[in-house]
Design a protein around this ligand. Sequence first.
Ligand code: E4P
Length: 221
Amino acid sequence: MELYLDTADIHAVKRLARVLPLQGVTTNPSIVAASRTSLWEVLPALRDALGGEGKLFAQVLAATADQMVEEAVMLNQRVSGLVVKVPVTTEGLAAIKILRGMGIPTLGTAVYGAAQGLLSALAGAEYVAPYVNRVDAQGGSGIATVQELQRLLEMHAPQAKVLAASFKTPRQALDCLLAGCGAITLPLDVAEQFISAPAVQAAVEKFECDWRGAFGALTLG
Ligand code: E4P
């Protein structure tokens, strides 16, 4: 499976890349805007933070297919190996089809429904990103959407991969992996929750305390 961080926080990526088996970093316009740093500075810095390798994702902003394609070409030329995120609107679907013909890899984003996600895969998107928590927040079931989408891709577009996104809890991410998704992208707070359960630290401290009580020093002897 592929694990990504959904962030433009360079320092956090550097810190977590030491610990997590990261494949790369995903961004979206809101994430880059929150960083207050130009996209063209952020993307190379993220790659450096990953140790000079890893897959990066950045999204087009245009609303028409032709302009989306123009932006995607620019992204593809300026950042090697970048996957272009294209919102799965009517125009986005047209753009994905054109980009596929040009050999530029895309991710269908802003996916709130399984059929919508399937269409982007059929149009040629390499990845499809359902928004799990945002579907939940609308009163739907993010995980049910992901389960349907995963099955649909397996049956009808096996060359595409679900890259599940938009999480507020580790449980949501785990459920996507249990549904068979090949990729997930975690916001920093959820990634931290995966590796910093308070009970774990308490268990380690108890081991240390018991050892010191018996042998004085915390060495193997
Ligand atoms: C993924 O493509 C989205 O950019 C992102 O994961 C959305 O996450 P949010 O719902 O937490 O903003």
